[in-house]
Design a protein around this ligand. Structure first.
Ligand SMILES: *[C@@H]1O[C@H](CO)[C@@H](O)[C@H](O)[C@H]1NC(C)=O
Ligand SMILES: *[C@@H]1O[C@H](CO)[C@@H](O)[C@H](O)[C@H]1NC(C)=O
Ligand SMILES: *[C@@H]1O[C@H](CO)[C@@H](O)[C@H](O)[C@H]1NC(C)=O
Ligand SMILES: *[C@@H]1O[C@H](CO)[C@@H](O)[C@H](O)[C@H]1NC(C)=O
Ligand SMILES: *[C@@H]1O[C@H](CO)[C@@H](O)[C@H](O)[C@H]1NC(C)=O
Ligand SMILES: *[C@@H]1O[C@H](CO)[C@@H](O)[C@H](O)[C@H]1NC(C)=O
Ligand SMILES: *[C@@H]1O[C@H](CO)[C@@H](O)[C@H](O)[C@H]1NC(C)=O
Ligand SMILES: *[C@@H]1O[C@H](CO)[C@@H](O)[C@H](O)[C@H]1NC(C)=O
Length: 423
């Protein structure tokens, strides 16, 4: 019986190294001015948005309560879309439903091409790179048509290997990923994950961005962190900045949202969503269920126009989150993708004539959010003036964050911060 091990690796390293010749905090961030209003919109951007929100929420439901989390919904989506190309019958139907794919494959491929094009950025201040590969045993190469579809439409390369030695293979995969992530992620695959595995699908996303307006390390200080009921549960190193950040109080979400842009071109931003006092992260998130992600972004845009000159006192903890998740159960129990993981039911005839199923879907991600590289001495006390008219955004209780590509509104990374620590 053939086994497919399906591995996803991701890394978001977003340390806000100050840009050389940094702008001072009173300068309007680039995203304050709408430089390019043309957005990439197609049926698929909406579908991916819906999937991403649902997937973030459902993954958190299966987590141990109170833990921090980081995942990359677009990476999971892409990997499953490649698998869908090789699937048939109910196996395919289940994936299509979870991914909200249309039955029109031509349209999906074209639309995805438009999105993927924008998910590659490489400038002095922002770098985002993706890597998709199918590592497969030399003797059991997938069907040529599947290989070319994966390459042409999903930029996924097929790499033939001698997989008979799991130790050598694990080492090779680790080296490829390490090279790709600039050494940030070095050992992900263990050889015992590769026993009897004819195929490994690996998908990695690397992001590194510098804040458009860097935080000043001298303003970082130790501050209490509360649960959503206001009980102190720990301490964090709180970064502080006063700047003109796009900001909105979104009533239907029961949350306040701030947008922290990266780089100079207004392409990627971190959105921090802070539930109102007394509102739990879970109930805030469930408010997304009946609303388009697009209307959320529209509300943010309108608010940006209305309050474009308002400064915000922004407090965000410095943090690092690593997630190492087995997403198999989330997909099976929460997203209705069951047959794919079932040895006797999976139908993947366009990948290979021999029966295949997916044994596991593993996801690794890492995010680091800092003001800059210098280690700040922990107990600097900063003075935070409470000037009238300055909005105060203080992420000192559980919040959600998302790194979003703004032309396509793709959620590149997303997660929860609930468990404070002095990073
Ligand atoms: C920073 O500014 C100085 C003086 O204006 C200039 O010589 C230097 O090239 C700038 N550095 C960068 C990285 O832009
Ligand atoms: C705006 O983005 C579109 C692509 O979406 C591009 O073709 C156009 O040149 C950009 N315009 C400006 C002014 O940057
Ligand atoms: C996305 O979700 C919204 C809100 O539930 C729904 O109206 C819309 O039809 C969904 N779109 C797709 C493509 O799934
Ligand atoms: C599928 O989508 C393509 C491209 O958007 C379009 O040209 C074609 O007519 C569609 N086919 C069907 C059956 O709707
Ligand atoms: C694969 O590697 C094993 C030992 O690692 C070797 O015995 C075998 O001949 C190799 N197979 C192929 C097809 O290269
Ligand atoms: C590492 O990556 C570079 C380009 O990113 C590539 O030229 C090189 O061949 C890679 N090395 C390995 C061992 O994969
Ligand atoms: C950081 O803050 C300190 C004290 O307020 C100030 O002296 C310094 O110039 C600031 N650094 C930057 C890069 O703005
Ligand atoms: C907050 O209080 C409510 C009602 O007393 C309780 O159900 C909930 O578990 C509390 N939440 C936390 C995070 O302690």
């Amino acid at each position: 019986m053939n086994i497919v091990l399906f591995v996803l690796f991701c890394s978001a390293v977003c340390n806000g190294q100050p840009i050389q010749n940094a702008t001072s905090t009173t300068v309007t961030p680039a995203s304050g001015q709408e430089t390019n209003t043309s957005r990439v919109r197609n049926r698929l951007t909406e579908a991916i948005g819906n999937f991403s929100i649902e997937f973030l929420f459902k993954t958190s439901v299966l987590q141990v309560p109170g833990q921090n989390m980081i995942i990359s919904p677009i990476t999971v989506w892409t990997a499953l879309a490649v698998i869908a190309e090789g699937a048939s019958d109910d196996t395919k139907t289940e994936i299509i439903r979870a991914l909200r794919l249309s039955r029109n494959q031509t349209a999906t491929r074209e639309n995805f091409g438009d999105i993927a094009k924008w998910l590659t950025v490489n400038t002095k201040t922002v770098e985002i790179a993706k890597f998709n590969g199918i590592f497969v045993d030399k003797l059991r190469l997938p069907l040529p048509e599947f290989q070319s579809t994966s390459k042409i439409y999903y930029d996924t390369d097929t790499v033939a290997l001698n997989l008979s030695n799991p130790v050598v293979t694990a080492d090779l995969l680790n080296r490829v990923i390490s090279n790709f992530t600039h050494g940030r992620i070095s050992s992900i695959v263990q050889s015992d994950n590769l026993q009897n595995t004819p195929m490994v699908l690996a998908s990695a996303l690397y992001f590194k961005g510098q804040w458009t307006v860097p935080f000043n390390t001298t303003s970082t200080s130790k501050q209490p962190f509360y649960d959503s009921n206001g009980t102190q549960i720990g301490e964090v190193n709180m970064m502080y900045n006063r700047a003109i950040y796009p900001f909105s109080n979104i009533k239907w979400l029961q949350a306040r949202v701030i947008e922290l842009p990266y780089g100079e071109q207004n392409r990627l931003s971190m959105l921090v969503m802070l539930p109102n006092h007394g509102v739990s992260l879970e109930s805030m998130f469930s408010n997304f269920k009946n609303v388009h992600l697009d209307s959320f972004f529209e509300e943010l845009r309108l608010s940006k126009e209305e309050f474009s000159e308002d400064e915000v006192d922004c407090f965000i903890p410095r943090f690092k989150i690593k997630s190492d998740l087995d997403l198999t159960e989330v997909l099976k129990q929460q997203m209705g993708v069951q047959q794919l993981f079932d040895m006797s039911k999976a139908r993947l005839p366009k990948i290979s004539h021999t029966p295949l199923y997916v044994s596991k879907l593993v996801h690794k991600a890492e995010i680091e959010v800092t003001e800059e590289g210098t280690t700040a001495s922990a107990v600097t006390v900063a003075e935070f003036s409470n000037r009238i008219g300055v909005v105060r955004f203080e992420a000192n209780r559980p919040f959600t964050y998302m790194i979003v590509e703004r032309l396509t509104n793709t959620i590149v990374f997303g997660g929860f911060y609930r468990q404070p620590s002095l990073y």
